[in-house]
Write a protein of this length. Structure first.
Length: 156
């Protein structure tokens, strides 16, 4: 191989490497742009917020059950059963206390969500009634024209 052909081969390899590098950078940049666009969609952000709020809500409900409901409502039943903790309720090795705690947790969450939905529906209905109660411009103009016509008829 001559020095000129060797140099030409080296240049071709270098150009091919450069093109490969550019394609890799462009495809990586395209991937990052696509991922950024995906993250900035409204649905993804709303979903992330909902998951975070849901986790916080779950912690509040768990605390409500463990710290308020269990001591106030379940302690008399637990004392009658001779158990200090609902998790220790069992019959022939079947720990039904944990199941009862989970069912109670579900019922409280479902009830709170029901109350929230009902509150939102009531607020929405109230808003719709307020919007419907306001007369449109056409209705106001019609009323003014009727009053004007009546006033003219009374004068003549």
């Amino acid at each position: 191989m001559t020095e000129g052909s060797f140099r030409k081969s080296a240049e071709l390899v270098d150009m091919a490497s450069k093109r490969t590098r550019e394609r890799t950078v462009n495809s990586a940049g395209g991937f990052i742009r696509d991922f950024q666009a995906f993250l900035m969609r409204g649905n993804v952000v709303e979903l992330a917020v909902a998951v975070i709020i849901g986790a916080a809500f779950g912690a509040v409900v768990t605390s409500f059950i463990e710290d308020l409901v269990t001591p106030l409502i379940l302690n008399p039943a637990l004392q009658a059963a001779g158990v200090e903790d609902i998790a220790n309720l069992s019959f022939n090795g079947i720990k039904y206390g944990l199941f009862l705690a989970t069912v109670l947790n579900f019922v409280v969450i479902a009830f709170v969500i029901f109350l929230m939905v009902r509150l939102f529906e009531r607020a929405k209905r109230k808003e719709e009634v307020e919007v419907a109660a306001e007369p449109t411009i056409e209705e106001e103009l019609k009323d003014v024209l009727i009053q004007l016509k009546d006033a003219i008829n009374r004068k003549f």
